[in-house]
Design a binder for this molecule. Structure first.
Ligand SMILES: Nc1ncnc2c1ncn2[C@@H]1O[C@H](COP(=O)(O)OP(=O)(O)OP(=O)(O)O)[C@@H](O)[C@H]1O
Length: 259
């Protein structure tokens, strides 16, 4: 469960270029729920994810994960509880190492430091099983160097590595934005398979309105640092891409210059 309570963050406070990034933002995600966050450039999506991960210190408000107030918890401690996949497929994996070696790295990075290092048969079997969740055949390419994988396979590997430690919360930070449309769809399908199999509580930021319509239990639209709209249940099932686009506020050239 994730709760963001009245989060506020102002950059350059009191200066001419003051920017209110989060303006009393509140959001709740139940355990196992998949929320999709949309919003225009500058709406506060990255600031919100950074506040959840601890990379951004809030001026006011709280972040609560499974009942624990983590607002004052440093990034490295929070990292034990949550996983984040970024936009860049190159960021989450080591190119010159094999798929299996990358999985091992992720294993050792999470909470299994006391276990014996090395790729033993038990580990390899478990990696095969986890990779098969993606439905991309990566379980048969354990010895392939990651630099030989496609961007989509690599991003999907990042995802499965990130969720290996059974995080309480998965943050997807525009994780399909750098991929071509077909690959982005493949990665989204792989994401859904992994999220459902592992029953992960997930918050995904995207600019892809089709993905916002097709995936997740609810859509949350941010605007000027707060939640402007939440659509879930039957309403979400009936929402179309034009509906979502219609909720974006029209920015004039003057507003663009000021933002
Ligand atoms: N480190 C920073 N220093 C100064 N201003 C910042 C900083 N980070 C964000 N902002 C400002 O806070 C506001 C929210 O930015 P944020 O990056 O959270 O929006 P976003 O919704 O993620 O946008 P995008 O879709 O373009 O990534 C913007 O006005 C931005 O310029």
């Amino acid at each position: 469960m994730l709760e963001i309570r009245s989060a506020r963050k102002v950059f350059y406070k009191g200066q001419a270029d003051e920017k209110v990034a989060l303006d009393g933002l509140s959001l709740r995600l139940a355990t196992g729920e998949f929320g999709v966050v949309i919003g225009s450039n500058g709406a506060g999506k990255s600031s919100m994810l950074n506040a959840i991960s601890g990379a951004l210190v809030l001026d006011a408000g709280q972040v609560v994960i499974n009942g624990d107030d983590v607002t004052a918890m440093p990034v490295h401690k929070r990292a034990m509880r949550l996983a984040r996949v970024f936009q860049d497929p190159m960021r989450g994996t080591a190119a010159s190492m094999t798929v299996a070696e990358n999985m091992l790295l992720a294993d050792l990075r999470s909470n299994k430091r006391t276990l014996r290092r090395g790729l033993n048969a038990t580990r390899l079997a478990s990696y095969k099983e986890r990779l098969s969740l993606l439905g991309l055949g990566l379980e048969n390419r354990l010895d392939t160097r990651v630099e030989l994988l496609s961007g989509g396979q690599r991003q999907s590997l990042s995802l499965i590595m990130a969720v290996g430690g059974k995080p309480e919360l998965l943050l997807l930070d525009e994780h399909t934005a750098a991929l071509d449309p077909r690959t982005a769809d493949i990665v989204m399908q792989a994401t859904i398979r992994a999220v459902e199999a592992l029953k992960l509580t997930t918050l995904m930021v995207t600019h892809n309105m089709q993905h916002a319509v097709d995936f997740g239990h609810k859509v949350v639209m941010l605007d000027a640092g707060r939640v402007r709209l939440e659509i879930d249940g039957k309403d979400k099932a009936q929402t179309t891409v034009p509906d979502l686009i219609g909720h974006f506020s029209v920015k004039t050239d003057r507003m663009f210059l000021a933002s």
